[in-house]
Write a protein that binds this ligand. Structure first.
Ligand SMILES: Cc1ncc(COP(=O)(O)O)c(C=O)c1O
Length: 493
């Protein structure tokens, strides 16, 4: 510590040790008792604001021990715990405990992984992490990429590289307005909402999206895709990209990637795969066939904070030719002395994506990958899939539940009261009933699931990216759904 300088921010070595150990004790107690807590406190924002109070920022600081104790108490009492075994909502995993330790270590050293000179070992660890992730999903060597905050950013990062590469003009220098033809791109109707942000952010506009119909398995209809491309070409438009989804957010369906790849080859289009959720399942030998075509993708989005169980935030963009990222994002301002090292040119991650200063999110992914190993992941991902199949089966076997879909680790189902009569408004009633059921379940704290609309049916949706969920949890979740379904069906007409 600097002699002679007293600042209100430094913590003495003794205090850091003492308070840090206390915090670690509280966290380990929290993790080991998480299943006995409600999944969520379900409190209203107003109630939470009252707990926090409305005082202004204090002029004078407070002791660290008090602040940590307050923050710990607030978080443990008033959070939703996606590490709870009965959390099956959206696509957020139980976080690997080693990731929490990794974040503490990363923040303590605080490397800026924008430039190699500012993060010597961290840059190499990120590079190795990217290489391991691409090996993990079975890609050949040579792929490059970057870690980003999550699925949206991973898709955006790839999207602009594809746009820049396939646009019929030098848009990096001359901008999109130098392109005469209207640029269009193709994705299935199940594509995650990131695409809607992408076309607004990057100047194409939402009319550039061709939403391709899906078949009965929720996969992109390839005949419709090809016809749409032909129609656009006839109309003088410029197709640039097809986005395939490997694990759609609602039902987990994986598009026919190999068919999309051959369409992209025929029409010289960029092939991007949004595998933010589902692509880790490509590690399972029996599922390899489902992901055929992966190798032909120009870019892939993959989220360690989904099915690799990393704590938020960790996404990854992989590209077949790393030069596509640097061609898109690289610039060399005079104030950066970053370009060279003794071995030649430096790997500076600011040249591969959106961010300039970058945190060391790779560390938690790198550490978790090593703790678990390939075979550990094969076991956990396979078990998640089996649990999802069990949820579907339990729903199928239950007279008051309708099992709707099951793909990867996502099952959808709905509650259907036994005495429900057929009639014109039956579907409207069921949608209303299941929506109310979901709202109550989400607030109740016993289980957290989410929803999906499948062929017009409002469904309950369980997505298992959770290494804590057991068969017993699935059985109890089914009982809770039926119990609450019965209760709510009495109140809704
Ligand atoms: C298929 C898919 N793509 C993209 C995203 C967006 O990911 P994120 O929320 O990490 O930005 C999601 C989120 O669930 C997803 O399921």
């Amino acid at each position: 510590m600097a002699e002679g300088r007293q600042t209100p921010i430094e913590i003495s070595k003794e205090d850091f040790r003492k308070i840090g150990y206390q915090l670690i004790d509280s966290i380990s107690e929290f993790i080991s008792t998480i299943e006995n807590r409600p999944v969520t406190s379900g409190e209203s924002p107003k109630h939470l604001q009252q707990i926090l109070g409305s005082t202004s920022l204090p002029d004078k600081g407070r002791p660290v021990v008090e602040i940590i104790s307050q923050a710990t108490d607030l978080l443990f009492k008033h959070s939703l715990f996606n590490g709870h075994p009965k959390f099956l909502g959206y696509i957020t995993s139980s976080p690997a405990p080693i990731g929490a330790l990794a974040d503490l270590l990363a923040a303590s050293v605080n490397p800026n992984v924008g430039a190699q000179i500012l993060s010597p070992i961290a840059t190499e660890i990120e590079k190795q992490t990217v290489q391991w992730l691409s090996e993990f999903i079975g890609l050949p060597s040579g792929y490059g990429g970057i870690l980003v905050s999550g699925g949206n950013m991973a898709n955006f990062t790839a999207f602009i590289a594809g746009l820049k590469t396939k646009a019929p003009a030098n848009i990096k220098e001359d901008g999109l307005s130098s392109v005469r033809e209207k640029l269009v791109l193709y994705c299935s109707k199940t594509t995650h909402t990131w695409i809607e942000k992408a076309v607004v952010l990057f100047g194409l506009g939402s009319r550039a999206i061709r939403w391709i119909d899906t078949d009965s398995s929720n996969r992109m209809d390839i005949m419709v895709l090809e016809q749409a491309i032909k129609n656009d070409l006839t109309d003088g438009l410029k197709p640039i990209m097809v986005i395939g989804t490997a694990g759609d957010v609602s039902t987990g369906a994986v598009d026919d990637l190999s068919a999309i790849a051959s369409v992209c080859k025929s029409y010289d289009l960029w092939f991007h795969i949004d595998g933010a959720y589902g692509i880790p399942a490509a590690v399972i030998p029996e599922l390899k066939g489902m992901f055929e075509g992966l190798h032909d993708a120009d870019s892939i989005a993959l989220d360690p904070h989904k099915w690799l169980y990393s704590p938020l935030e960790a996404g990854c963009t992989l590209v077949k030719e790393p030069g596509h990222l640097s061609d898109t994002y690289s610039s060399h301002p005079a104030y950066y002395n970053f370009s060279q090292n003794e071995e030649g040119s430096s790997l500076n991650y600011y040249e591969y994506g959106f961010q300039n200063s970058r945190g060391f999110r790779a560390l938690k992914v790198w550490m978790t990958l090593q703790q678990v190993g390939r075979s550990g992941y094969i076991d956990m991902i396979s078990e998640d899939i089996e649990l999802s199949k069990l949820l579907f089966k339990r729903a199928n076997d239950h007279p008051e539940l309708e099992a709707v879909t099951q793909n990867l680790s996502i099952a959808t189902l709905r509650y259907v009261p036994l005495d429900l009569k057929d009639g014109a408004d039956k579907e409207v009633y069921l949608n209303k009933l299941n929506e109310s059921l979901l709202n109550d379940l989400q607030k109740g704290g016993e289980v957290f699931i989410s929803n999906a609309i499948v062929n017009g049916k409002y469904c309950l949706r369980g997505c298992i990216v959770n290494f804590r969920t057991t068969k017993n949890d699935i059985d109890e979740i089914v009982q809770i759904i039926v119990r609450e379904g019965r209760r709510i069906s009495k109140t809704i007409h």
